[in-house]
Write a protein that binds this ligand. Structure first.
Ligand SMILES: Nc1ncnc2c1ncn2[C@@H]1O[C@H](COP(=O)(O)OP(=O)(O)O)[C@@H](O)[C@H]1O
Ligand SMILES: [Mg+2]
Length: 596
């Protein structure tokens, strides 16, 4: 219960701004909103109107047997409730329509942010949080932007209507409300504070729940092989326990508020009876008036209860909206480039390039100088963690150099626009991410989508991929399963190479493209890669030195520096780090080196 002590300001400037912005989303559907509001008002008004008919029913219809009322009353009642039925339908559908549209708009805005944010964003947060923004948090918005409106209008009109009924029947008896209203305001404020606090935690909790599930599903093989079931189960239990605990807290808060309001209501109703039965007034109040006022006050209670809780819905929604807007507002990838690069010659120069990762202030590159002449192959070798991937990740500007510059065709590469720069680069990495679709759709991916079938086939052929594609039931139009899970590592790699061939970009990056493969697929892929590298400026990171012996230059990296550079023969003659690495691999893997 420690949360109760820390007070959060409700409706500070920040949350007012958030709420306004959220309303902006609903305002786009203003005609529907307007009809909906009218519907809710009619809905609430009808109930009060009916309550007001109680007095004539009791005093005139039954006591005086008024023939006019005896004929019309049943018709009025039907009319009131038919009108109310239509209003209820229109307004409920309308509010649902607006709510779903607002949720979709928010989801799309967040998704658009995910597509536009720099790659560094994705390393900073567990992906579970990123997923649950779309699956959970955005759903919370529907409540704040629309249900709140429904309650505010329907219940607001009901309360005002009932108040009018009470006042017009007996101003004296209405005094009983003085007991009710202040108590309810107090309860509502306390409840909202708590809701806001708890719902923030639930949101972050849902992120952890999603993240844990995602991890365990991805690691389903590891879990089975290393017997991690119990550990995974316990971890999930802990997190879901916490989620349940927080949700129960919300339920407890709502239940407390409901029963508190009912109790206060009982006091108010007792007060009403007390006031009505004073000897000085008991004779002057008719049973009809008394019953009408009593019913009106009783009818106010559920509405007041809902109004008290509407704050909470809004607070939950605001907490959700704050979280979503924070992501939507993050600055997109920086692109100061103005020049559109048509097709680079591929002259690439790194000048004293440094890279410091913001996380942990880690210096991944410490002054790298390197020149890659057009159409040549540069191999980067070195221990894992020496900065090879960091160096190549600068090319598509996933990271910007902290110091120094990168020149492309003699010009700082930051002066080119990001899309035109990225069009110059083809990339084959260690793990290939494919999308759910056919082989052809995966080869002709993104901007390549309108490639002809002939070109796709030719690319697949050159990538040595036709060999297995042919055996698929529908050839290049065969679906490859979710994320390409029907293909082997080597097959996926060849699809990635076919994609790179089809892109026909002047710069090629191969980041350990073959290190996860067996010798057989490696040979096929090496062959495909040789074709791919022809006439392109290629940066190749390879673990097996046998595969890069013919590179035009080999750069050996260590701790973010290039410590040796030259051809295979030069570096061997130097008897330095490269020669040592080579000797080590030769001793460990004599067959591979000998085979080359
Ligand atoms: N996003 C990142 N944030 C912080 N440190 C990183 C990040 N990516 C890589 N590093 C660190 O930078 C160093 C170089 O990594 P990397 O370039 O991937 O090495 P290599 O590809 O040579 O194995 C490693 O110590 C790694 O831990
Ligand atoms: Mg690497």
């Amino acid at each position: 219960m420690s949360e109760g002590k820390k007070k959060v300001a409700l409706w500070d400037a920040e949350s007012r701004r958030t709420y306004k912005r959220l309303l902006g989303y609903s305002v786009r559907f203003w005609p529907v909103v307007l009809i909906t509001i009218i519907g809710f008002a009619v809905d609430g008004g009808c109930l009060a109107f009916f309550t007001n008919k109680l007095r004539p029913i009791i005093d005139d219809l039954f006591a005086k047997k008024d023939p006019y009322l005896i004929f019309w009353m049943p018709i009025w009642i039907i009319a009131i409730f038919v009108v109310r039925g239509v209003a209820t339908f229109v307004s409920n559908y309308g509010i649902g329509y607006v709510g779903r549209n607002v949720v979709q708009l928010m989801q799309r805005d967040v998704f658009a942010a995910y597509l536009r944010l720099p790659t560094t964003f994705f390393g900073n947060e567990h992906s579970g949080h990123q997923i649950s923004r779309i699956t959970y948090t955005s759903e919370q918005i529907a409540g704040a932007s629309t249900d709140a409106l429904k309650v505010a209008v329907t219940e607001g009109v009901t309360v005002i209507g009932m108040f009018y009924v009470m006042l017009s029947n007996s101003a004296y008896l209405t005094i009983a409300l003085l007991l009710l209203i202040p108590a309810i305001v107090l309860i509502a404020t306390a409840v909202s504070r708590r809701y806001r606090m708890i719902s923030r935690r639930i949101q972050s909790m849902m992120g952890s729940v999603t993240g844990t599930v995602e991890e365990s599903i991805e690691a389903h093989r590891e879990i089975r092989i290393y017997g991690g079931q119990q550990q995974a189960d316990e971890r999930f239990k802990q997190i879901s326990d916490r989620a349940r605990y927080l949700n129960l807290k919300i339920i407890a808060t709502a239940a407390t508020s409901t029963s508190a309001i009912q109790t206060v209501g009982a006091f108010a109703l007792a007060g009403l009876v007390f006031l009505g039965s004073r000897p000085s007034v008991i004779g002057s109040i008719s049973p009809g008036v008394f019953i009408t006022v009593l019913t009106a006050m009783g009818g106010m209670l559920p509405s007041l209860k809902r109004l008290a809780n509407v704050q909470s819905t809004m607070q939950t929604g605001i907490a959700a909206a704050e979280n979503l807007f924070a992501v939507i507002d993050l600055p997109p990838e920086v692109d100061h480039g103005t020049k559109v690069l048509e097709r680079t010659k591929g002259d690439l120069r790194f000048e004293d390039v440094r890279l410091v990762y913001p996380r942990g202030d880690f210096q991944a590159l410490v002054g790298v100088n390197l020149h890659c002449a057009p159409g040549t192959v540069t191999a980067l070798v070195g221990r894992s963690g020496s900065g090879k991937s960091s160096l190549v990740s600068l090319l598509p500007r996933f990271n910007a150099p902290t110091n120094g510059r990168i020149l492309l065709d003699g010009e700082n590469y930051e002066s080119y626009t990001l899309p035109s720069l990225r069009r110059q680069i083809a990339w084959v990495g260690q793990s290939v991410v494919l999308s759910d679709g056919t082989v052809a759709e995966n080869i002709a991916y993104g901007e390549l989508a309108d490639a002809s079938e002939q070109d796709i086939m030719a690319a697949a052929e050159a990538a040595n991929a036709m060999e297995f594609i042919q055996r698929l039931p529908q050839g290049i139009h065969s679906p490859i399963g979710e994320g390409g899970n029907m293909l082997s590592g080597g097959q996926r790699q060849r699809i990635a190479i076919a994609r790179a061939i089809l892109k026909n970009a002047p710069i090629l990056v191969l980041d350990e493209a073959t290190s996860a493969l067996d010798t057989e697929s490696e040979r096929l892929i090496q062959q495909a890669l040789q074709r791919l590298m022809r006439d392109r400026t290629t940066l190749v990171i390879a673990h097996r030195l046998s595969t890069i012996e013919h590179a035009d230059q080999i750069a050996v990296m260590e701790q973010g520096r290039i410590i040796e550079r030259g051809t295979h023969a030069e570096l061997m003659a130097l008897s330095g780090h490269y020669a040592a690495l080579h000797r080590m691999q030769f001793n460990e893997r004599p067959t591979v080196v000998a085979a080359d």
